[in-house]
Design a protein around this ligand. Structure first.
Ligand SMILES: Cc1cc2nc3c(=O)[nH]c(=O)nc-3n(C[C@H](O)[C@H](O)[C@H](O)COP(=O)(O)O)c2cc1C
Length: 140
């Protein structure tokens, strides 16, 4: 059974290139070995991550992520059983959300993932991906 999780969290420290590179390296190796695909959006002190795969795998990974001290205030925004993957080609795509992104600000001036619906945040993740906001992770 395939499921998809969407969560938001706050970065524990500055979201530097080194922190990001470390997270992505671990994510891409682990996820492709365990059939997990998804997207990690980061910026403005936040992480938004979509994880999809077999229910057991996704739950195991999520439980592990909760322990990671590089982020906190982890809140699950959506958990869905899915018929097919939304991001089959990404072991972990990475979208950077620059602090001064005028387009995002204009379209979503009051964006706060902690109070938005899961459906809305998922749509935003798709917009960011479609908008080509510095996607740096290779396909699986
Ligand atoms: C925001 C965020 C997203 C992460 N996403 C993943 C991921 O998709 N897959 C993964 O294996 N590790 C991910 N990690 C890293 C794991 O939390 C963990 O560091 C990694 O699995 C290595 O485990 P270990 O530190 O117990 O050796 C993420 C970490 C953070 C802070």
């Amino acid at each position: 059974m395939l499921v998809r999780i969407l969560y938001v969290s706050r970065a524990a420290g500055p979201q530097t290139g080194t922190v990001t590179a470390n997270i992505l390296a671990a994510a891409q190796a682990y996820n492709s070995a365990h059939g997990v695909s998804g997207v990690l959006c980061q910026g403005q002190g936040l992480y938004l991550q979509v994880l999809e795969g077999e229910r057991g795998e996704v739950n195991r990974l999520y439980a592990h992520l909760l322990q990671d001290r590089r982020h906190h205030d982890v809140q699950m925004l959506a958990f869905d059983e899915i018929g097919q993957r939304r991001y089959p080609d990404w072991s972990m795509a990475h979208v950077s959300l620059p602090d001064d992104d005028a387009m995002i600000r204009m379209q979503h001036p009051e964006f706060d993932p902690y109070s938005a619906t899961g459906a809305f945040v998922l749509q935003l993740v798709d917009e960011l991906l479609a908008g080509g906001h510095r996607i740096t992770a290779p396909a699986k």
